[in-house]
Design a binder for this molecule. Sequence first.
Ligand code: FES
Length: 146
Amino acid sequence: MSINRRNFLNIFLGTGFLGWVGSILYPLISYLIPPKVSEAKIQSVKAGIAADFPSNSGKIIKFGRKPVILIKTNKNKFVALSATCTHLDCIVRYRADTNQILCACHNGLYDLKGRNISGPPPRPLTAFNVNILNEEIIISKPSEMS
Ligand code: FES
């Protein structure tokens, strides 16, 4: 079988066209269907030195990709809770004046145990474990999340 000039050009241009279509479709499909990347299984994070943390204050700590609010109460007890509001996922903050956790998006309120006490949040915040090892604050996942 011989390939004449017309067939050669048809094959050449057809292959080029398919390559061009593929170069457009591949990134588009990759964008629409991202690869499944699982989050690294983080069991605990170091949150700083206990003595450096002021009493009656709160701080947002990254726990993997999720925020956790670490609170040192006015009785110098540490509490760590999920910082994602259970209503519509806003980030909560500590209110030192009332010793409560506020979600400013829709005025949701939680107590220091994470219980939803007023506003629209439907569920309590998830509590994390806090341990102090050699003055270092270690936040770890509760056993039911592991
Ligand atoms: S998102 Fe927190 S109260 Fe609505």
